[in-house]
Design a protein. Structure first.
Length: 742
């Protein structure tokens, strides 16, 4: 029977070939999207692993076996044009000092290695804006093994042990192998990479969010021409075929199409990898090779999709298995009961439980807490869909005044399962879109990236911090030499140079600094003094402060005393041009290399919004991927439904029903469950998002912006357009010859 099934699939005429091509194409698209999703998750982990060497010396980091000769190591953050540059100053103490990945040997004093993107930036930028910060000459390029992304800006600067011994460096004997996502709760160096505490939870929900629509798409594709196949298999039963033989033939047909689709899906995946790699949904792009598949991924798709297709075919033939007359002796299916709403309520109830009980402390516990609730809610929407469709049909019937509405309502009421199946993918896509939008909108409202002004982008703040081995950390310098101030004031594009001094009465409870009101007026990005004040108390972390009011409190200190006090911060206001900002930043780094890179107010705000931006990218990926999947599912379902109803439509045409009435029937049959389920999906999605942000973030859900409404409206319009685009084929499929009994 297997051979017979293969002949029917591959040599069964034009109809069989068309069905094979359609199913294989649909499965290939679904498999390509599924593989891309799995590869994206692997790429995030691979990319995060390339940050591991930057964790060297960090608390909780594991490392390779130690070397006999340590290396002086100082990791710092540099900046240029709003971009972060990873700078590593190193000094070998012997021949056995550990070598960093991506380079052949450690650079000596006066030498440095740069990543390809950093090398291009150095070559394209005037020396006084960037290259002057790094002493010496470039002797090589950092290899891909040490680069998280193709555009990573990293530089490894060689120094002497004497230069680093008292410049905030530390001695390390091995290079870290711990990625930021495996820091065991410890702080990661510089905050590089992606912290597992948030990303694991988000990625788990992303997988579930994309997996459901893809699986529904594949299942819908394998059911193409299901009614016509049932009739053919019923005829086989009538001439003596056993249920087992019919099941084998059906499984072979479905499996052949699924296998061809899976193989083509792998081809689709490898074809789109170069297109997917540049998408920075973690904040930076991927290397193409990072979008890879491991053995479990390959086995899951290569075996799971054909097996799922065979199971779907077996379930679709249950009427034929019971009796060969089960296809022609059709009866109205049992009406969906109200219990179908229970899974949705259970999913939301599980999320609500953690609002009252509090979220688990660990990331793994949070995944186990929230992921089941999201999955159960998504499954519940699919289960409850037919029940909602039935009630929508009754509402339509009660308000119907035309034959098309009456016919559509009767058909929906008779078989709401089939009607909802066509729109189930879009329902899940809208649910996922609502959850993602609700969560990201709330995160942004309660701490997402603030808008910056030209003054924010042109004002540099250099906060002093010394942490030399064997010495107590300090956040001040005794004074700034006049020659440093003169050099900064002479820099082209610099408008003002002012100082923030240490408060002589400040303690641990009040670490604010002092600045004269005259100086504060010269740097408007940092606020202003109140009326009549001569000096003000400002935050020590002035650039990173999120002060609610731009008016600082008055300081009870004489202005004449300020110049005698230690300096907390050095502030440089420029004309806002990129060249002026970078020249001033270079001058500050050369004067105070141990203090790290000076940051503009805009730099600090961008840093605070970095994680929010990464989550926004992930949400965009989910929205952009799920809506096309749902659209493909809808298109396949509508086309399949029209083909399977050739004879009923032809009989209606023969009885005198106008073609325009049939078109209205088809439109109403799809639009009613689509619009009703869409409203429920959006409402359920925001309910789930509200429960999630309340339990996970202790915040209140914020309303979506106009962009979300535009996305939903565009999705519904596109869906209705897909339905309308199928209406012209009604004339052909409802021709009189289609009414013949085959």
């Amino acid at each position: 029977m297997i051979g017979f099934g293969l002949r029917l699939s591959l040599r069964g005429g034009r109809e069989a070939a068309t069905r094979l091509v359609l199913i294989s194409t649909a499965v290939a698209l679904g498999v390509g999207l599924l593989l891309s999703t799995l590869a994206g998750i692997n790429a995030v982990n691979t990319q995060n692993g390339r940050y591991a060497w930057l964790e060297s010396g960090a608390a909780g980091a594991r490392a390779n076996p130690p070397h006999s000769d340590p290396v002086w190591w100082r990791l710092s953050a540099d900046r240029f044009g709003g971009k972060l540059i990873g700078r590593v100053d190193v000094a070998a103490t012997g021949a056995d000092s550990p070598v960093l990945p991506g380079i052949a040997r450690l650079p000596k004093g006066g030498q440095y290695y740069a990543s390809p993107a950093m090398s291009r930036l150095l070559a394209a930028t005037p020396r006084d804006q960037l290259a002057a910060r790094y002493p010496g000459r470039q002797i090589g390029t950092i290899g891909d093994a040490a680069l998280p992304a193709p555009n990573s800006l990293i530089i490894v600067v060689g120094r002497t042990p004497e230069q680093l011994a008292h410049a905030g460096a530390r001695l390390i004997t091995s290079i870290s192998t711990t990625s930021p996502s495996s820091c065991d709760g410890q702080d990661c160096a510089l905050g590089v990479g992606i912290n597992a505490r948030g990303i694991d939870l988000v990625l788990s929900i992303v997988i579930a969010a994309l997996l459901f629509p893809v699986l529904i798409f594949i299942a819908t594709a394998t059911r193409l021409s299901a009614a016509r196949r049932e009739q053919r298999f019923a005829a086989m039963r009538l001439v003596g075929a056993t249920p087992r033989q019919v099941t084998v033939i059906s499984a072979v047909e479905s499996t052949v199409a699924a296998v061809i689709g899976v193989l083509a899906g792998f081809g689709v995946f490898f074809a789109v990898r170069p297109v997917l790699a540049p998408i920075p949904f973690t904040g930076v792009p991927f290397f193409v090779d990072d979008l890879s598949l491991n053995l479990p991924d390959v086995l899951l798709v290569a075996l799971g999709v054909p097996v799922g297709a065979a199971v779907a075919a077996r379930l679709a033939l249950r009427r034929v298995s019971i009796s060969p007359l089960g296809v022609t002796r059709r009866v109205t299916p049992a009406q969906p009961a109200a219990w179908r709403v229970i899974p949705v309520l259970l999913g939301l109830g599980e999320l609500a439980y953690f609002v009252a009980a509090g979220r688990p402390a660990s990331t793994g516990g949070q995944i186990l807490a929230f992921l089941p609730g999201i999955l159960v809610t998504m499954a519940g929407l699919v289960i409850a869909g037919p029940w909602l469709t039935m009630h929508g049909a009754r509402l339509l019937a009660g308000r119907a005044s035309r034959p098309a509405a009456l016919i559509a309502a009767r058909r929906l009421s008779d078989n709401p399962h089939t009607a909802f199946r066509a729109v189930s993918g879009l329902v899940l896509a809208l649910f996922v879109t609502s959850v993602a939008t609700g969560v990201i909108t709330t995160i942004t409202a309660y701490g997402g990236g603030a808008r910056t002004t030209p003054a924010d982008r042109g004002t540099l703040v250099n906060d002093f911090f010394r942490d030399n081995p064997g010495e107590a950390p300090t956040t001040t310098v005794a004074s700034v030499p006049p020659e440093v101030l003169d050099r900064l004031r002479a820099t082209a594009g610099v408008d003002a140079v002012v100082l923030v001094h240490q408060n002589p009465v400040a303690g641990r409870t009040d670490p604010r600094g002092l600045i004269t009101c005259a100086d504060l007026r010269r740097v408007p990005a940092l606020g202003r003094c109140g009326p009549g004040a001569h000096a003000a108390l400002v935050e020590p972390d002035l650039a990173g402060s999120r002060f609610a009011s731009p008016v600082w409190p008055a300081a009870p200190v004489a202005v004449s005393r300020l110049h005698t006090m230690p300096v907390l911060s050095l502030i440089v206001a420029t004309d806002g041009s990129a060249a002026a900002v970078e020249r001033a930043r270079t001058a500050l780094e050369l004067a105070y290399p141990q203090a790290g890179s000076a940051a503009t107010v805009a730099d600090w705000q961008a840093r605070d919004g970095k994680q929010t931006a990464a989550y926004q990218q992930l949400a965009n990926v989910v929205i952009i991927a799920s809506l096309p999947i749902a659209g493909c599912t809808l298109a396949v379902s509508v086309v399949a439904g029209l083909n399977e109803r050739r004879r009923p439509f032809a009989l209606l045409r023969l009885t005198g029903v106008p073609l325009r009435t049939l078109r209205r029937v088809v439109l109403l049959e799809s639009a009613v469950p689509l619009l009703l389920a869409a409203a429920v999906a959006v409402a359920t999605g925001f309910a789930a998002a509200a429960l999630f942000v309340r339990s996970q973030l202790s915040e209140t859900l914020q309303p979506p912006d106009i962009a979300f409404c535009a996305v939903v409206a565009a999705g519904l319009f596109a869906s209705l357009s897909i339905i309308v685009s199928t209406l012209p084929v009604l004339r052909r499929i409802s021709a009189p010859e289609a009414a013949r009994v085959e």
